[in-house]
Design a protein around this ligand. Structure first.
Ligand SMILES: Nc1ncnc2c1ncn2[C@@H]1O[C@H](COP(=O)(O)OP(=O)(O)OP(=O)(O)O)[C@@H](O)[C@H]1O
Ligand SMILES: O=P(O)(O)OC[C@H]1O[C@](O)(CO)[C@@H](O)[C@@H]1O
Ligand SMILES: [Mg+2]
Length: 539
């Protein structure tokens, strides 16, 4: 396999000076290094990214988009035999350890002449680890909004560390990132977390905002923490990346493991985020109630708002699962209210045909059309996320006004179950998924890697932070899954050819990974090919 291609060769002082200190520890061969002019011309952002990107090439267009390891900047970091080899439960398993070279392809649908494309390092226990059990001082933090399964991940991180690796020094950080520097660290043991998976929420507390990289890493350093487990969404993973970079700058022997959490299922690369299935299942209860209400009235409409700030996955899957929904509106698919082919005309037609209808709307849908009638407030939450206008309430009024003006009798019941859905404990399938994610995170941290863990095409993998934070997973309205939805609800697509062209172009750009401008031609080709890989939409 070719050596790393992104970082400057050891004897190129000029190029090294252009990069952060931490980049200098990874060597590449002079032959494979792109020219210095390209590096100088690269923007500051791509230089910074380039410094932390580890890409290597193999045969037939194989590319490994690797995760950083302690040995990248601590070349003498010692290794130890994995204690699992003596564990009564695991030692009998044939081939329990994953092969060091095992990787997981980003794209599994291939053609006869396809190049092998981009791969990620396979998650799992290694023969040798970089921490001794009694040396580990781990901490766990949860950030962002709630999601079913948070407590299961926390429980399994604690139990996995203790039961698999005999680690007994584990601390909970309270109330999100700010807890690193503003609250006491709470010692946690398998006993204290024993039954928390049966409860919703997070026993550690969570918050938005408050990410202060320097203060966080000062505290990690002062308290001698050497494994940091960070559970949270896209914002949280960006924060984890900043923490990792600061740790590396300071040359600390600390592994950072991100466990992606998002009820919206909007994290890039991974198949599905934990808690998503539970949320879709719980949403059925609201949709069923809306259906009952709608069926029991003359011209009844049941309107359900589900979460999904930028990505309408919960709305799409809940609609597909239910089969009682006549219209599903998501942020990715623009719609309009009035005139030929508009939502109001469709509602009218549906009521005439069926006497009732159910509408599911994702909270981020139609924000552009509400903004035309309500002055945009531009308010943000503590993390800088835009606060949304209530599309459910707005639609309710619009539909009521429309039928009033037409003197047509109707009843509309608006159900907003959003926080009820988020607050439930995870279902059985998510509990298992959370357990495996936590175990994969532990194996990776013990082996000295820093990463976001996730399932890629059904296999657990360690994904570089920059890959999960640079784009957002969205429903592709040009994919078969959205077509299936349209054919199940029979709703109009509301799309003009211009909308479709724009959506195709947006998909193309969103799927283009942020390759540092210094990457070579072969790597760029592999990334382009994997960009067309299926994400959670296309099956
Ligand atoms: N670009 C960033 N750099 C560093 N920290 C960030 C960044 N974006 C967000 N954070 C921090 O991450 C934490 C969580 O972010 P946010 O509130 O956006 O939730 P999230 O992790 O995206 O989860 P979700 O949106 O699914 O609820 C906050 O403490 C926030 O300060
Ligand atoms: O009200 P909160 O806690 O900020 O959370 C709301 C947001 O959290 C999410 O569930 C996840 O980002 C969004 O769907 C939603 O907009
Ligand atoms: Mg987010």
């Amino acid at each position: 396999m070719a050596s790393h291609i992104i970082l400057p060769p050891d004897d190129d002082d000029d190029a090294k000076a252009a990069l952060p200190f931490s980049a200098m520890c990874v060597r590449i061969s002079r032959d494979s290094y792109p020219n210095l002019r390209a590096l100088r011309n690269a923007s500051h952002a791509s230089l910074t990214d380039a410094a932390y990107v580890k890409i290597s090439e193999g045969d037939f267009g194989y590319v490994l988009d690797d995760v950083p390891h302690l040995a990248d900047y601590l070349p003498d970091v010692p290794t130890y035999p994995n204690p699992l080899q003596d564990h009564p439960a695991y030692s009998t398993v044939k081939q329990y350890f994953v092969n060091e070279d095992d990787t997981v392809p980003q794209k599994v649908v291939v053609q006869k002449n396809s190049r092998r494309g981009v791969h990620f390092r396979r998650a799992g226990p290694r023969q040798r680890v970089n921490f001794e059990s009694d040396e580990v001082k781990a901490c766990i933090v949860s950030c962002g909004g709630l999601c079913p399964g948070l407590n299961t991940v926390i429980r399994e991180l604690v139990c996995g560390l203790a039961h698999m690796y005999n680690v007994n020094n584990i601390f909970g950080i309270q109330n999100g990132y700010k807890g690193f520097y503003s609250s006491n660290y709470v010692a946690i043991t398998p006993k204290t977390v024993n039954d928390i998976h049966k409860r919703g929420g997070t026993v550690l507390g969570t918050s938005r905002g408050g990410h202060d990289t320097k203060k966080i890493v000062d505290n990690i350093q002062d308290r001698g923490i050497n494994q940091v487990y960070i559970i949270g969404g896209d914002g949280t993973q960006k924060g984890a990346y900043e923490i990792y970079k600061e740790i590396r700058k300071r040359g600390l022997k600390v592994a950072v493991a991100g466990v992606p959490k998002t009820i919206d299922n909007d994290i890039a690369i991974i198949d599905k985020s934990f808690g998503f299935d539970s949320a879709v299942e719980e949403a059925q209860r609201a949709i069923n109630s809306a259906h009952v209400e709608a069926c029991s009235a003359e011209n009844g409409i049941g309107l359900v708002k589900l979460m999904g700030r930028y990505s309408g996955f919960i709305a799409m899957y809940a609609t597909l699962a239910s089969r009682d929904v006549d219209c599903c509106l998501i942020p990715e698919s623009p719609f309009y209210m009035d005139g030929e082919g508009g939502l109001l005309q469709y509602v009218e037609r549906r009521l005439k045909e069926n006497k009732h209808m159910v509408i599911v709307v994702a909270e981020g849908a139609g924000q552009d059309i509400i903004a035309k009638s309500i002055p945009a407030s531009d308010q943000q939450d503590a993390s800088g996320n835009k606060l949304l206008l209530d599309i459910g309430l707005w639609l309710t009024h619009k539909i009521k006004d429309h039928f009033k003006s037409k003197k047509m009798e109707m009843t509309i019941k608006y159900i907003d179950p959003t926080y009820m859905i988020r607050a439930i404990p995870s279902n059985a399938a998510d509990n298992v998924y959370c357990t495996l994610l936590a175990h994969s995170a532990i194996h990776g941290a013990m082996a000295g890697y820093s990463f976001t863990v996730g399932m890629v095409n059904g296999r657990h993998a360690y994904i570089p932070f920059y890959r999960v934070t640079s784009t957002r997973n969205k429903v592709k309205i040009t994919d078969r899954m959205w077509a299936r939805l349209l054919s199940s609800t029979n709703q109009p697509s509301f799309l003009s050819q211009k909308d479709i062209d724009e959506a195709r172009e947006a998909d193309r750009l969103a799927n283009k990974p942020p390759l540092p401008s210094v990457a070579n031609h072969n790597v760029a080709k592999a990334f382009d090919q994997s960009a067309s890989a299926s994400s959670s939409g296309e099956i």
